[in-house]
Design a protein around this ligand. Structure first.
Ligand code: ADP
Ligand code: MG
Ligand code: MG
Ligand code: MG
Length: 406
């Protein structure tokens, strides 16, 4: 780097600015031979692929504002710091699941990491009707391991409190979730938009006090339930896959929150892929069945892996061995996690049709009448998850509900 001031990179600037970095040159050779391409398709940051000598690395850099909106919406560069801190912890807790970090520069808000290839974003694969072998097992395990190892079930209390304090400063990214996920969907907000034909159901949702209330209670869980280090943004756009391999990226929203948060957000994204399928193919049944099997498998793997860790690796202050807790305590804990997951799942299903950031599963449906009909099923199921999640005690009940609303 030339100096200590932050400067946003461009493909043209990058070789000059990063040409002396060992993390790059050792993999892609000297800067004269680099080909640089900006590929960021996310809402927030710059992502460059740097190619050379038959290899490639990714350079991700935060901008001082929200990429999707522009410099009218400032966003602190510290999110790169939190993304890096989260990547390091996730790599230790579920080895091989996140891209390897090769270099971090706090001033430039920049992470050099492993280039995932030929991986593509999972959401695109699901829209295209492509299956990924092992996706449910990989993600169920990732959610279980990160939930467990970041919590008071595993960590030493002093370290856990210090870490929760560190991540407490990821204020701006939490603020996005607090506004866009839990609040904006349930009122008229400037940044909201929805498919025009949805107007009646949007009005009825916003008039429903039980829904608004339930979402606020989920917000309490979000802000006041620092159980573990969550990924914070685990949607199908934060997952990259081949036909047989699954990796998790983009944990810049990392925060200490409920153990069921990531699982609930992820399940919502599988369910939105499910509801949107009829618009993407003439015979959606097989893909829809597969998506529900992914929901079942993700939950089963989460439960099994979490139970295994609870039984074999409990070293924190919670449920100490000397209190002699057994299966019943584990079941109550799992029910607590599941109940949260269902509430977060409902909020995510709502915000992706009502708030600022929509998802391609629905957004790419050009026939707005059809889009609204499919989004309505998703919104109604989300409402049920928020107000009556006690009636959805397990994954089978969740899948039954998806069938009911489809
Ligand atoms: P944002 O925080 O802006 O959403 P992401 O981390 O999600 O940025 O990255 C945006 C896009 O860049 C991803 O959708 C993916 O296509 C690509 N990308 C990000 N990280 C990698 C990686 N390690 N390997 C390959 N492609 C990546
Ligand atoms: Mg992203
Ligand atoms: Mg991101
Ligand atoms: Mg939309």
């Amino acid at each position: 780097m030339h100096d200590d001031r932050y400067e946003a990179l461009t493909p043209e600037l990058l070789p000059e600015r990063l040409g002396a970095l060992d993390a790059l040159t050792s993999r892609v050779g000297s800067a004269e031979g680099w080909q640089v391409e900006e590929v960021g398709d996310g809402n927030l940051n710059l992502v460059f692929i740097v190619r050379g000598q038959g290899a490639a690395v990714v350079v991700k850099q935060a901008l001082p504002y929200v990429r999707l909106v522009g410099d009218s919406w400032p966003l602190p560069l510290t999110r790169a710091f939190f993304e890096h801190e989260a990547l390091v912890r996730q790599a230790a807790r579920d080895p091989g699941r996140v891209p390897e970090v090769l270099h971090f520069d706090r001033t430039q808000a920049l992470i050099v990491m492993e280039f995932l290839s030929p991986h593509v974003i999972l959401r695109g694969k699901l829209i295209a009707g492509e299956r990924v072998e092992g996706v449910a097992e990989a993600l169920g395990r990732f959610c279980a391991r990160t939930a467990f190892y970041g919590s008071d079930l595993s960590m030493n209390a002093e370290n856990k409190k210090a870490d929760a304090t560190l991540f407490l400063d990821n204020v701006a990214l939490c603020d996005i979730t607090e506004q866009l996920v839990f609040t904006d969907p349930y009122c008229k907000a400037e940044r909201n938009h929805h498919t025009p034909e949805l107007a009646p159901i949007v009005a009825s949702l916003r008039a429903d006090e039980a829904v608004r209330d339930a979402a606020q209670f989920m917000l309490i869980r979000f802000t006041a339930g620092p159980e573990t280090l969550c990924h914070g943004d685990l949607h199908t756009g934060s997952i990259m896959c081949t036909d047989t391999e699954t990796r998790v990226i983009d944990p810049e929203f990392g925060f200490y929150g409920p153990m069921g948060f990531d699982l609930g957000m992820l399940l919502a994204n599988f369910l939105m892929a499910y509801f949107s399928q009829p618009a993407h193919r003439d015979s959606p049944d097989e893909m829809q069945d597969w998506l529900l099997s992914v929901v079942m498998e993700t939950c089963a793997t989460f439960e099994n892996e979490f139970a295994r860790l609870w039984t074999e690796e409990r070293t924190g202050i919670l449920f100490p061995a000397r209190l002699g807790h057994g299966e019943a305590a584990l079941r109550r804990l799992m029910a607590h996690i599941w109940n949260d997951a269902m509430g977060f799942c409902g909020c995510e299903m709502h915000r992706r049709c009502l708030s600022l950031a929509h998802n391609a599963d629905f957004e790419t449906i050009s026939d707005t009448g059809l889009r609204a009909r499919l989004e309505a099923r998703n919104l109604e199921m989300g409402r049920q998850l928020l107000v009556a999640r006690g009636q959805v005690p397990d994954a089978s009940a969740l899948v039954a509900l998806a069938h009911e609303y489809n």
